[in-house]
Design a protein around this ligand. Structure first.
Ligand code: GLA
Ligand code: GLA
Length: 696
């Protein structure tokens, strides 16, 4: 974070020091974890997904030479190659993998090994059809695609463990293997008999008796009461919200177990210096399972960053990086990124010249330490021949090769300065999968989009600060280091989470709750207290009634749409921050936002989805109250990112727009890419500046 003494809302030196201190517990935790490889954070990594199994071995050296020339220092291999590693049941061939790894070493290209469990071989699915996934409609999938395996099949778990053990035996001590990726973009759960049996076992363990389950889900409703465990439904139909929330938790546990099975197999055989991660897909925000839980067992998080149709949306994409960084509160890798265009979007257009580079630097600015393009060279056949890649079908560079080579040269320069630093923010946005699920199950307004609601808060915070954390609401992750914490849609608040949030406020923190907060308990059951449920007493106020809006309503200084809650104050010192104007009759003149000072901290409840201007007013006020701000004034389209650590302060500026922009710096900074020292930076369209700022 950046400071300059002066105006009221600027970050003080003490506050600056405290934002830096935030990073300390994370770093300490990472370093004391003996099982975690640390190689992944020691420099900046650049590379591609490479599929040597698709090409004659004589070609490999040329691929590696071109990677090296591009400035790459890593490649990921193996993640779909099961039929090459085990061509027939029990017949293994790891020799080619070892040869590829060793050849790469000659070019100083480290290797990430992907386990191939996304694509079971045909001999297996033919002989053991029970390894195939059954979808929510009861249909068993066939061969020919990917993701057709069952995460719950015990047979598939055995096969997975076997192949991964053999890979770890062959590669676990290869010095050129830097780490592992388990599977590929975990996506679909299965509804096969093994899965149903695991579901029942999971419920028994969680509830012990059916009476407890019946009570928690209020099964007296619609005669849902269960008298034997196997009566409990297991499918993808829209059912009891209590059941649906538990099913998400169960599916999460199945993915955790599926992953743990492979993780244990690698850990048993491989050197602890090799890291283990997985590349989460679904454009980051997907919520088929709880991504905090999945990441808990991994050394660090990775995700796959694609734009699809159109161009980079800086706020949304930046917030996604922040979400990923928050999964483990650590730096992360972008295990796949788009080399210009994809093949799966409605319009798979090319990014603008420079945009591929801007995208890479945005990732780094938000805490990525590794960037890998998908993919190096397209297979000559298969489902993805139309995807963007670095080389063409002739094995020679495509136009985007040059841009990625520029990134390679820049990372080589920047790596010694940037490695070991990470984004540090005085502000956190809370995210929570149970709340995501609970709201989506009972949307009540078709346009209530929780990611959009989160971004409404994120934008003014990002503009004001440069770095924003997005972290888990529940769980042990501390909040005390944050000056301001915003929970845009915390629908499910358990007693533990309420206690954590209340302690944060009592300890001097400033908490803002958005609409729909504190309506449900951990069983997705209505809290008998009015919203925000367990935090209503601390707030000294409550929600009298919520309204889905079919029209825009007036609030002080602007408007609200989609959702509005009528708030009341119950304590004499709870104040009205914002009122509705002429609205739907029920809301007219009533409080739309209320706040209460608690010692040096405060709790605020915002009951409506307000427009940009009103939101900016709320956030400006909150930041002033929490005493945080930045000192760089930005023109339109320019994004500021900051990383700090190891006594260094890094400033990254990107012009995401189409016009040239200039930024005046508050002090002279070292230009890491262009060299020299400057007090002003001019950025062309898609322009990037990477600066080092002296730390006082
Ligand atoms: C129908 C049903 C009721 C209830 C209402 C809700 O009328 O008969 O049980 O579901 O819809 O609007
Ligand atoms: C995902 C997959 C890759 C590839 C890309 C294409 O990210 O993980 O295997 O299919 O999509 O965009």
């Amino acid at each position: 974070m950046i400071h300059l003494p002066g105006k009221t809302a600027l970050l003080t030196a003490a506050a600056f020091a405290s934002t830096l201190a935030l990073a300390a517990p994370m770093a300490a935790r990472a370093q004391t974890d003996a099982s975690a490889g640390q190689e992944q954070f020691k420099k900046l990594w650049l590379g591609s997904a490479w599929y040597p199994e698709q090409w004659p071995e004589e070609r490999w050296a040329e691929d590696l030479r071109l990677m090296k020339a591009q400035g790459a220092n890593v490649a990921r291999i193996g993640e779909f190659a099961w039929s090459r590693m085990e061509p027939r049941e029990g017949e293994y061939d790891m020799g080619w993998l070892v040869r590829a790894v060793r050849l790469a070493a000659k070019y100083n290209i480290k290797i990430v090994i992907g386990t191939p469990t996304d694509t079971p071989p045909a001999w297996m699915t033919q002989k053991y059809p029970e390894v195939l996934r059954i979808d929510g409609d009861g249909k068993r999938l066939g061969h020919g695609g990917r993701r057709q395996f069952s995460i719950s099949s015990q047979r598939y778990r055995e096969f997975s463990r076997d192949i991964v053990s053999r890979m770890a035996e062959a590669l676990g001590h290869e010095p050129n293997v830097v780490g592992w990726q388990i599977g590929n973009e975990y996506t679909d759960e299965s509804y096969d008999p093994d899965a149903k049996a695991a579901w029942i076992a999971w419920l028994k363990q969680r509830y012990a008796t059916l009476d407890k389950l019946n009570e928690a889900w209020t099964t007296a409703y619609w005669s849902q009461t269960y008298s034997t465990w196997d009566q409990v439904p297991f499918n993808t139909e829209k059912g009891n919200p209590g059941l649906m929330l538990e099913q998400k938790r169960f599916i999460t546990s199945q993915w955790v177990d599926f992953q743990k099975n492979q993780l244990d197999a690698i850990r048993a055989k491989a050197s602890p210096t090799q890291f283990i991660t997985t590349n989460l897909g679904g454009l980051g925000w997907a919520n088929k399972f709880d991504r905090y839980a999945i990441n808990r067992d991994l050394d660090f998080s990775s995700w796959d960053n694609y734009v699809g149709t159109g161009h980079l949306q800086p706020y949304r994409n930046g917030a996604t990086h922040d979400l990923v960084r928050g999964w483990k509160r650590r730096n992360f890798w972008v295990m796949e990124i788009q080399p210009g265009f994809v093949n799966w979007a409605p319009v798979s257009n090319m990014l603008y010249p420079g945009e591929t580079r801007a995208m890479a630097w945005q990732a780094i600015g938000h805490g990525a330490d590794g960037i890998l393009y998908w993919q190096w060279r397209n297979a000559l056949n298969g489902q993805e021949t139309m995807h963007g890649s670095i080389l063409g079908p002739d094995g020679k560079p495509l136009p985007v090769y040059g841009e990625v080579s520029q990134i390679g040269r820049e990372l080589a320069k920047a790596s010694p300065v940037i490695a070991g630093t990470h984004p540090v923010s005085p502000v956190a946005i809370l995210q929570d999968y149970p709340s995501r699920w609970a709201i989506d199950f009972q949307l009540h307004h078709k346009d209530y989009d929780q990611i959009a609601v989160l971004l409404d808060y994120y934008k003014p915070l990002k503009d004001a600060l440069g770095a924003v954390d997005i972290v888990e609401a529940a769980g042990p992750g501390p909040l005390a280091g944050y000056k301001l914490v915003v929970a845009p849609s915390l629908n499910v608040i358990t007693d533990e989470t309420a206690a954590k949030l209340a302690a944060y406020v009592r300890g001097g923190g400033h908490l803002i709750l958005g609409p729909r907060s504190g309506m449900k308990d951990g069983f997705n059951r209505l809290d008998p207290k009015r919203q925000p449920g367990p935090l209503a007493d601390l707030l000294g106020g409550q929600v009298e009634q919520f309204y889905a809006l079919d029209e825009t309503v007036a609030v002080d200084g602007g408007s609200a749409k989609i959702w509005a809650e009528d708030l009341s104050t119950r304590a004499p010192d709870t104040q009205v921050l914002l009122r509705y104007g002429k609205a739907n009759g029920w809301l007219d003149g009533h409080p739309a936002a209320i706040t209460r000072q608690v010692g040096k901290g405060s709790i605020t409840y915002v009951g409506a989805l307000v427009d940009e201007a009103v939101m900016k007013g709320l956030i400006d006020k909150a930041l002033a109250g929490a005493n945080v701000a930045r000192d760089i004034t930005l023109p339109a389209d320019v994004e500021l990112m900051t990383r700090a650590g190891k006594g260094r302060s890094i400033v990254i500026l990107i012009n995401h727009g189409r016009e040239r922009r200039s930024v005046t710096l508050p002090q002279a900074m070292t230009d890491i890419l262009a060299g020299g020292s400057r007090t002003e930076v001019t950025l062309e369209a898609e322009g990037v500046a990477v600066l080092q700022r002296a730390v006082k």
